[in-house]
Unconditional design. Structure first.
Length: 391
């Protein structure tokens, strides 16, 4: 049992708040001295626990809590909060709260929270929406997002033409930084994924082709698929997860900090100032990373096929026979579109960022998801065009 040391001849110090239960229907709370967070820290929870126990016994509507505030010497926000907490407990139990002798100088502090019901609003039940209403809202939100995407795409296209007409006004420093972050820093992950794609495709294809004695055709088929489809697609998805999210987070942080609004106030175009350098960087690095991924995947396929007795020279000659220049140009052209889409969507989501730190994360996630969806759509359109034109 703990003891409190008291100097000889000095009475023990009384607590700043003491609750006394007089009977089942009446209780007294005495407040004295300085009521701040340091004085109330040790008595707040015990007093509230005793009050809740007292209110829970018997008929709460007949219970009266009388607060004696005549001995208060100093009262700050913590003291006001304590009084409001005690009063709110009485109100919830439909009991009576009486405090007749609070000093006049503290009355304005308490009255600014009157009525205290505004501090504790009753939770409102959220009515469940019908599936038709939910589907309608989702369709409307999708439609609005498509309009914003098309509008933003028009602004980016117009400012890309402006950058060709006035190249000296482009922020080439930001362009170089974005190109290094999106391109040079992405080489390891792109190379790793491309190598694994080449190895896995070759192994899986060779298992089936070996049954027909056509193992030598695995290399050309893998090379054709990598050049026309897998190289650009894998590179674009990696850029969406890496660069698009980074662009959205960077511009989103600027939006939260009102830096984008400051650009508008200063008469500068946010699209030309922030978006164009990053879009140009995406257009530059996407074909380079795609060509790099193609080379790594084909080398991985060639190394894998040596396990099935296919020499490098045979792999090389068969690949040259199967793959044309049009196949390589088709993949690179597709990568240009993917780079433009990924960088533009990342910048758009960043400029659409709301308020708060969580909004930046939401924008980054939305940028990745939107980029992948648009990559699939662009790839489908390009595949149809290729089918109709033979390119």
């Amino acid at each position: 049992m703990s003891k409190i040391a008291v100097q000889p001849g000095q009475p023990p110090q009384a607590p700043p708040a003491a609750l006394t239960i007089l009977n089942d229907s009446h209780a007294s709370l005495v407040l004295r001295g300085t009521l701040d967070i340091y004085a109330l820290g040790a008595v707040w929870s015990p007093i509230r626990a005793v009050q809740n126990t007292w209110l829970a016994t018997g008929a709460s509507k007949q219970k009266i809590l009388e607060v004696d505030a005549a001995q208060i010497e100093s009262l700050d926000g913590a003291g006001i909060a304590f009084i409001i907490d005690v009063q709110e407990a009485q109100m919830n139990a439909k009991a009576e709260f009486v405090m007749p002798n609070l000093a006049a100088r503290y009355q304005p502090l308490l009255k600014q929270f009157d009525p205290i019901t505004n501090l504790f609003p009753a939770p409102q039940a959220v009515t469940a929406q019908s599936p038709i209403v939910a589907a309608g809202k989702a369709a409307y939100a999708l439609w609005q997002d498509m309009i914003q995407l098309i509008t933003f795409g028009g602004h980016v296209a117009a400012d890309l033409v402006w950058s060709l007409r006035y190249p000296r006004q482009v922020r080439w420093g930001d362009f170089i930084n974005a190109a290094v972050q999106a391109g040079l820093a992405a080489l390891p992950i792109v190379g790793l994924v491309a190598f694994l794609i080449g190895v896995i495709l070759s192994f899986q294809s060779a298992i089936g082709m070996q049954k027909f004695g056509a193992v030598t055709f695995v290399g050309p088929l893998v090379s054709l698929g990598v050049f026309r489809e897998l190289g650009p697609l894998i590179t674009a998805i990696l850029l969406a997860g890496r660069s698009s999210a980074a662009f959205a987070a960077e511009i989103g942080t600027m939006t939260v900090n009102s830096e984008v609004d400051a650009l508008v106030t200063g008469g500068l175009s946010p699209v030309r100032f922030l978006v164009i350098p990053r879009v140009l960087a995406g257009i530059l690095v996407a074909p380079i990373l795609t060509l790099y991924a193609d080379i790594v995947a084909i080398l991985a396929s060639a190394i894998t096929m040596t396990a099935y007795g296919v020499p490098f020279i045979n792999f090389y000659n068969n690949t040259l026979t199967m793959v044309d220049t049009e196949d390589i140009l088709s993949g690179l052209m597709k990568s240009l579109l993917f780079g433009t889409v990924v960088s533009s969507v990342g910048c758009l989501r960043g400029m659409q960022t709301g308020n708060g730190a969580a909004a930046v994360g939401i924008s980054a996630t939305s940028a990745v998801v939107s980029s992948i969806v648009l990559i699939v759509l662009v790839d489908g359109v390009f595949a149809y065009i290729s089918y109709r034109t033979g390119f």
